[in-house]
Design a protein around this ligand. Structure first.
Ligand code: SRM
Ligand code: SF4
Length: 619
């Protein structure tokens, strides 16, 4: 470890710079310096505006040739990045999916999806002729999820939208693509990782769709299976008055490092399991850092240099087997070290993660099998080796604990840190948009928010950077008055729902429709005097994609009994908290039938006793 007992001149200067840059560091802190990487979202924004124009200029061109990178035989796969020892142990002792990857790596789907698409278009084969391991599993590496059980022959495509940013021209082009299908069978879903999923896509169109995505600078590769998922950042980045750090640049840079901006990067395409990353911007919890495998949360900012220090959290997860909030590593880093730390953690996970059982292969199991101290020492050793800046103690954290927790209170017109600019938070009922609605939203963004739309982990959106002169106009937009309300009712503000049985083959219950219906009925019966959001999350099975344990009240699909018969039911979780002292909700009641005759009284009682709801006088 670098010690400051013997210092050259440059080291003295460096030490001086370090302490003046980081006055909140304790004197015992060990440190190193490295050149700062300059990551600038503004560049992305400027490019986006330019690409917008270019895209429309070329949109009518019929040639889709040579847009995608052509992969040749020298192309490495995820398997090539595994050490000989890992490869050997997978072959001897790996679980079913590991064996499947060893046979043919998932990253090959990036090529094969185009091949299959062309074969289907030639009319000589049918989608049912495609080997099921490719159709149902490997294509998920390319972001194509066959909805085998609920909509056979069609695919859900999951995008990668770092920091949840999407632009009007991108959304419009996606709508234009989906219009080739019967609109009844397509839609968009905003996901709990501030991302978009598109439904109803056919495999014969996959290569054309991919080419469209590439021209739009949107990625979808590595959005499923054993990959790093959408990089979550604050939807209020750059506009939040309480912000310590603008997350946009780093989210884009992380996405680039991990997935080559969603176009595929084999280095991290054969992990033992999925991996979630979030970067926070302030104590205003908009990213749910505590349930990610790796999270960077800002804890201190130097007034003088503007440098922000981050806490590193590791090992958070929700899963059928267990739910864990992430643990603080007690290493602090500046922004310039986030990429290096992420690379190191992913390499450790890829090279040493457990691969014999799918149920115990998430990162937390490696952290536990090594112990937190060994994991910390290994990360520190590798940081040291790479000459990356990090710190072992922090004198003081300047996180503003008084910042309002606006994660689920983003609605309506809000002042930005920029004078005369406002953001409008809007509610999307359980995250779903029809193609027509998405198209109209893109037009609204063009007219009022410089084309930008930001998605949230609560499956809603905000329109940033609205000029004062345009506020009246945007508030009059019929789509926002009638459908995507900026004044949602208390139970809708924090209502989240996973996909459920309408499209998900793992679901035990229907979720989205039920979530809306129950909220409406509860609003008919109850008053919520303080008008605060009550966060209710529905999730169709114990995988907890709808993050039931993050909610005030979590409803998780589970079997229930009525008159001796098995029926759709929920387990109820209670007590999830966001923010600086976040906690996960715990099991409160098991096996309540979803039939409102049984569920409604339980919910009314809960809302009255824990959340200040009152029965309406006419009830
Ligand atoms: Fe998830 C599997 C949907 C966020 C834990 N998840 C699935 C699949 C792919 C199953 C399948 O093939 O049908 C679902 C696709 C259904 C569909 O048609 O939409 C699915 N997960 C979702 C989404 C769309 C829910 C939503 O409505 O928002 C979310 C997509 C996020 C994204 O953009 O990438 C989604 N999933 C999550 C989260 C929440 C999060 O990331 O913060 C979790 C819990 C957190 C975590 O992972 O620690 C989550 N999904 C799972 C799991 C259990 C993982 C585990 O370690 O056990 C599975 C099943 C699996 O991986 O074996 C799963
Ligand atoms: Fe499907 Fe279960 Fe995830 Fe809901 S929680 S999307 S039902 S896997």
């Amino acid at each position: 470890m670098y010690q400051s007992s013997f210092l050259f001149r440059s080291d003295i200067l460096c030490l001086f710079l370090t302490y003046s840059s980081y006055p909140f560091l304790a004197p015992s802190t060990k440190h190193r310096r490295m050149p700062c990487g300059s990551l600038c979202y503004l560049r992305t924004k400027a490019l986006s505006v330019r690409r917008h124009n270019e895209f429309f200029a070329s949109a009518d061109s019929s040639s889709h040739e040579n847009v995608l990178p052509r992969l040749d035989s020298s192309f490495s796969t995820g398997w090539d990045f595994l050490s000989k020892t890992t490869q050997q142990s997978v072959l001897e002792d790996g679980n079913k999916i590991e064996k499947l990857k060893a046979e043919k790596d998932g990253s090959l789907a990036w090529q094969e999806i185009q091949k299959y698409s062309q074969m289907l278009r030639s009319g000589n084969v049918d989608w049912e002729d495609i080997p099921p391991e490719d159709l149902d599993i490997r294509l998920k590496w390319a972001g194509f999820f066959h909805r085998k059980k609920r909509a056979p022959g069609t695919f859900m495509v999951r995008l990668r939208l770092p920091n949840g940013v999407i632009w009007d021209y991108q959304l419009k082009a996606l709508c234009r693509f989906l219009r080739r299908y019967d609109l009844q069978n397509t839609c968009f879903d905003i996901t709990t990782r501030q991302n978009l999923q598109l439904r109803g896509i056919r495999l014969d169109d996959a290569s054309i769709f991919l080419e469209e995505l590439h021209r739009l600078e949107i990625g979808c590769f590595q959005s499923g299976m054993d990959n790093v998922r959408n990089i979550v950042g604050s939807p209020l980045a750059g506009i939040d008055p309480y912000e310590l750090y603008d997350t946009r640049g780093i989210c884009f840079a992380l996405d680039e490092m991990i997935s080559n901006r969603g176009r595929g990067k084999p280095d991290f395409a054969n992990l033992p399991r999925k991996f979630n990353i979030a970067v926070g911007s302030s104590s205003t919890d908009t990213v749910h850092g505590h349930i990610n495998d790796l999270a960077f949360l800002p804890v201190a900012k130097c007034d003088h240099s503007g440098i922000v220090l981050f806490d590193i959290l590791i090992g958070g997860l929700l899963s059928p087997k267990r739910n864990e909030a992430s643990r603080r590593l007690k290493l602090w880093i500046p922004e310039s070290s986030i990429l290096a730390v992420t690379r190191i953690v992913l390499e450790i996970y890829r090279d040493f993660g457990l691969r014999n059982s799918r149920a115990t292969s998430r990162f937390v199991y490696l952290v536990e099998s090594w112990g937190l101290e060994r994991m910390k020492a290994e990360i520190a050793r590798r940081l040291e080796e790479s000459n990356v800046e990090w710190f072992t103690s922090l004198k003081d954290s300047i996180v503003d604990h008084s910042a309002p927790l606006i994660g689920s209170e983003i609605f309506g017109v809000n002042s930005q840190r920029q004078q005369g600019r406002f953001f409008l938070g809007c509610h999307v009922p359980v995250g779903r948009l029809t193609v027509e609605e998405a198209d109209a939203l893109a037009d609204i963004a063009s007219n009022y928010s410089e084309g930008e739309i930001r998605l949230t982990v609560d499956q809603n959106f905000i329109l940033p950077n609205i000029d004062r002169t345009k506020i009246e106009g945007v508030l009059r937009e019929p789509l926002l008055r009638e459908r995507f309300s900026y004044e949602p009712k208390p139970l809708l503000k924090g209502l989240v729902s996973c996909t459920g049985s309408q499209f998900c083959g793992l679901a035990l219950i229907e979720t989205k429709n039920r979530a809306m219906e129950l909220s409406m009925v509860l609003h008919e019966m109850l008053d919520f005097p303080d008008g605060q959001a009550i966060r209710i999350h529905w999730t169709g099975c114990p995988n907890s994609c709808g993050q039931a344990q993050v909610a005030n009240i979590g409803l998780m699909g589970a079997p229930a009994k009525r008159n001796g018969k098995l029926v759709e039911g929920v387990d109820i979780y209670l007590g999830g908290k966001l923010g600086v002292n976040s906690t996960l909700g715990t099991l409160y009641r098991k096996g309540i039938p979803c039939d409102f005759k049984y569920l409604l009284p339980v919910m009314i009682e809960l809302l009255q006793t824990h959340f200040g709801a009152r029965l309406k006088s006419h009830i």
